[in-house]
Structure formats: structure tokens, C-alpha cells
Ligand binder design. Structure first.
Ligand SMILES: Cc1ncc(COP(=O)(O)O)c(C=O)c1O
Length: 470
């Protein structure tokens, strides 16, 4: 029998060599032998089928096994003209502010959909942001657990070190077209604050960033960054002094300045049209990732996952896979435990409520007031969630799982040590889920959206987990 090398078989099957090696490690190429430190593959071996074509699923309770929904037309149908994903979303604002949001929506539908705007944004993404960001196969981490292949979509390599700039540049460009002079934004982890400060510098706009005092202390490197970039950091000192209150304060400031300022919302939350706009500006993540993954491996991933705060990196990643035979999982922060006040797992424990001008799931106290959310990750520490996630959960297309502070911390240090990549503690939640899959599944691939890099978290993590740091 004639045998071919890995290189020759990769060429024959039209996939890359790394993918052939993965198939060999998974023992999915019949008749292959390992001899004199190299693999030999029978010339007539057939290319293994995509697992899903063979009908295998990673989860027995996969939504794909039961769901009956027209995802081909999903983007056209959701959100509705008035901003609803099923019963979630909408806009609940005082009349004067509603007028400002209507102006933004009209601008979005006309300006942001024009060829000129799209071409300018495309140019910014390529030359300023450095897109496309790569998909990376974590060979060491995958080998460490042995069975499952873990891949990262490297949004940490997007300029600024997180996915947030995809949305900030889009909204700031729209603000420029609308003739606004200032950007107003909230921030939790400081990633969105830095991104908006960068966008303001790029477009020559003034910039006010509202940030809770607790987060100012936790995320000091990002606070310094925002200031160096020429923006104002306005500390928020009421309530739990974290992301929810930062949104409250930014909204209040915008109410006073909406004629000359633009509210640059950082997640797929808020009144219509923000969940739609943010999704559309972040969608580049999933579109790139899908193409890159297929190019790299010859098939789709078994699982795609991302952390969910308000839900922007996750929705940006998920959108391209909704219509594909792929299990999609959003990861919520379980923090210190299940009791209200100890986590920010809104989809797992929230109830329907209007918060910050939109209807979605919200963590609530017994009296129905919004509860204080908690997570080690400032960027996930929000008691609400984007309406599209509440909807995708309700129809069963996306599964939402949880990861604790400590599990995320373990993933944070493991990726740093094994791959030389320090993840944002937010992104480490999604990675921790992939690690759980690697421990529990027999085979398969998990594509994680690595939404940001962890430089901002290092001081805090070293102090909080000294035993893991040694
Ligand atoms: C790196 C990173 N990932 C994820 C998030 C969570 O936000 P979202 O759910 O909107 O992606 C944040 C928020 O600040 C972040 O900084």
C-alpha cells in the first residue's frame, strides 16, 4: 500500500497540516501508522466526515436536537422595528430622551448603512484596529487535557486589547456623522472606557467616562489609560459603586447633554436601537471566526462559547453560528455562589423587568428591586442582560452555563502558563467552560471568544490568588 505524509494528505484533502495532526491524534484516520517519528497515511484513506454530518452531538440535550426555528431569516426578523426580540427589548424612556434615541436610530438606519460609512469603518478596522484578529489553536492547553481541541478567537489582539473597540469605533463614527461634539460612556472593567477614549481621540471628540469607585480601584491600569488618552474619568460614588451605577450616572449626564453629545453604550443592552447597533458592530467577530476556523480545520467547531456580561462579545460571536449545526454556549459569572448578591448570573437567576430603559431579565431582591450583582470580573458585574440573550435562551438556541470566580481564576493562570496568553478575567470565564468540556468530553472542538487581554487584571489577581501565582 502506498502511504502519504501529513503534508501530502493535507494538500490532497484541502485542509491544513495542523488539522491533519489533530485528526491523527483523535485516531480518526483509518489505517494511519506512526513510524520513525512520523505519521504515514494510506493514500486511499478517506477524509473523516464533519462530526455533525455523522449525526453526533456534543451535548445529548443540545438545543439543535429539538429546536425548530427559521434562523435563515433571523436577522431580518429580530429585533422588530420597535426593538423587540420576542417580548424582550423595546424602549422605555422619557419623551425628550426618546426623541434623542429616535434620532440615533434614524441615523443608524440611513448613515450607518450607507456605502461611505461602511467603507470608512472597514478601513478603520483594518488599519487602526488591526483586524482581522486571528483564530489560534491552543495546542499545549489541548494536549494538557488530551481529548478536546481548544481554539481562541483573539479579540485580545484587537487594538486596545478587547472586543470593545469594534463597537466604540462604529458608534463614534456615527456620532461624528450626526455632528456630535462629545462621547459619554459608562465602563465597568475599563475596557469599554478605554475603547471610547481611543475613539474620541481618533475622531477629535470630547469624552466623559463614568466609572464606579470600586472598579476604579480594581482596574487601575485602564483608568490611567483612559486619562492618558485625554478623556475624563468621572467617579460614581453611590449604590454598589460598580457598573449598574455607572450606567445610571452616564444616562443622567446624557439626559442633560443629548443635543451635543452621543451616548456610546458599551454592551448589547439599553433601549432600542442599542442592542441592535452593538450586535451589528460586534458581528465581525463571529463572521471572521467562522471563516478562519473552517479554513484552519475544514469543519465547524462543535461548541462556540463566550462570556456574558451585558452580552456584546457573546452576541458578536454567536450571530454567525445561529444558523449552523454548532452548540452555542454563553457563560455567566457565578461569582461566589448561588445566593442573590453573590453572582451576576442574570439568565440563570433573573426575572423579567425593565431596567435602564429596556425589558429583559434582571437579578432582583425579594421586593422586586434590582439586586446588587457581584463577579470577580468588573465587566461581568451587571444585574441585567441584553434582550437578545434573554430571547435566545427562551427559544432554546443558546445554552447559558455558569463559572465561578475561582474556576475563572484557574483558567486565567493556566492559559498564561501553558500558552503565554494572559486573558482578561472576563474572558477567563469562557475559557474555564472550555476547560470543563476538555475534562468531560471524549472528543471535539471548542472555539472560545477570548474577548480581551488580562494586563488590567494582573495586580488584582496576584493579590487575590497569591497561592496560584507562586
Ligand atoms: C474583556 C471583556 N470581556 C467581556 C466583557 C463583558 O462585556 P460584554 O458582555 O458586553 O461583552 C467586558 C466588559 O467590560 C470586558 O472588558
Amino acid at each position: 500500500m502506498k502511504y502519504l505524509s501529513v503534508k501530502e494528505i493535507a494538500e490532497k484533502w484541502g485542509i491544513n497540516e495542523r488539522r491533519v495532526r489533530v485528526l491523527l491524534q483523535e485516531k480518526r484516520i483509518e489505517g494511519a501508522i506512526y513510524q520513525d517519528h512520523k505519521y504515514l497515511i494510506p493514500e486511499n484513506a478517506s477524509k473523516p466526515l464533519d462530526r455533525r454530518i455523522k449525526g453526533q452531538r456534543c451535548f445529548e440535550d443540545s438545543p439543535l436536537n429539538t429546536i425548530d426555528f427559521d434562523f435563515k431569516n433571523y436577522r431580518k426578523l429580530y429585533p422588530s422595528e420597535d426593538g423587540y426580540f420576542g417580548r424582550y427589548g423595546g424602549s422605555f424612556l422619557p419623551p425628550n430622551l426618546q426623541k434623542a434615541f429616535d434620532e440615533i436610530y434614524a441615523g443608524y438606519l440611513t448613515i450607518a448603512k450607507s456605502a461611505k460609512f461602511i467603507s470608512e469603518l472597514r478601513d478603520i478596522r483594518k488599519h487602526y484596529q488591526g483586524r482581522p484578529t486571528p483564530v489560534y489553536h491552543c495546542q499545549n492547553l489541548s494536549n494538557y487535557f488530551g481529548k478536546v481541541q481548544i481554539y481562541l478567537k483573539r479579540e485580545d489582539l484587537n487594538h486596545g486589547g478587547a472586543h470593545k473597540l469594534n463597537n466604540a469605533m462604529g458608534q463614534a463614527l456615527l456620532a461624528k456623522y450626526l455632528g456630535k461634539k462629545k462621547l459619554i460612556a459608562e465602563t465597568g472593567a475599563g475596557s469599554h472606557g478605554s475603547a471610547v477614549a481611543m475613539a474620541a481621540a481618533y475622531f477629535g471628540l470630547e469624552c466623559d467616562i463614568y466609572m464606579g469607585e470600586v472598579d476604579i480601584e480594581k482596574q487601575a491600569p485602564n483608568v490611567a489609560r483612559i486619562k492618558v488618552l485625554g478623556a475624563n474619568v468621572i467617579p460614581v460614588s453611590f449604590g454598589s459603586r460598580t457598573l449598574k451605577e455607572a450606567v445610571d450616572a452616564a444616562f443622567e449626564a446624557y439626559q442633560k447633554e443629548y443635543k451635543t453629545a452621543f451616548y456610546c453604550l458599551g454592551s448589547a443592552v439599553g433601549p432600542h436601537p442599542y442592542p441592535l447597533m452593538v450586535r451589528d458592530f460586534q458581528e465581525i467577530i463571529g463572521r471572521e471566526a467562522k471563516e478562519q476556523f473552517v479554513e484552519m480545520t475544514g469543519e465547524l467547531p462543535d461548541i462556540v462559547c463566550a462570556c456574558v456580561g451585558g452580552g456584546s462579545n457573546a452576541i458578536g460571536m454567536f450571530e454567525a453560528f445561529l444558523d449552523e449545526p454548532v452548540n452555542i454556549v454563553g457563560i455567566e459569572p457565578m461569582g461566589k455562589g448561588k445566593e442573590i448578591g453573590n453572582n451576576a448570573a442574570t439568565i440563570s437567576f433573573g426575572k423579567e423587568q425593565i431596567l435602564h430603559g429596556f425589558n429583559s431579565l434582571v437579578l432582583q431582591n425579594e421586593d422586586g428591586s434590582p439586586a446588587t450583582a457581584y463577579s470577580i470580573a468588573s465587566g461581568l458585574d451587571y444585574p441585567g442582560v441584553g434582550p437578545e440573550h434573554a430571547f435566545l435562551h427562551e427559544i432554546g438556541r443558546v445554552k447559558y452555563e455558569t463559572v465561578t470566580d475561582d474556576e475563572a481564576a484557574e483558567a486565567f493562570f493556566l492559559l498564561s502558563r501553558l500558552e503565554g496568553i494572559i486573558p482578561a478575567i472576563e474572558s477567563a470565564h469562557a475559557l474555564a467552560y472550555a476547560i470543563k468540556c476538555a475534562k468531560n468530553m471524549k472528543s471535539g472542538s471548542v472555539l472560545v471568544n477570548l474577548s480581551g487581554r488580562g494586563d488590567k487584571d494582573m495586580d488584582f489577581m496576584i493579590k487575590k490568588y497569591p497561592h496560584m501565582f507562586k
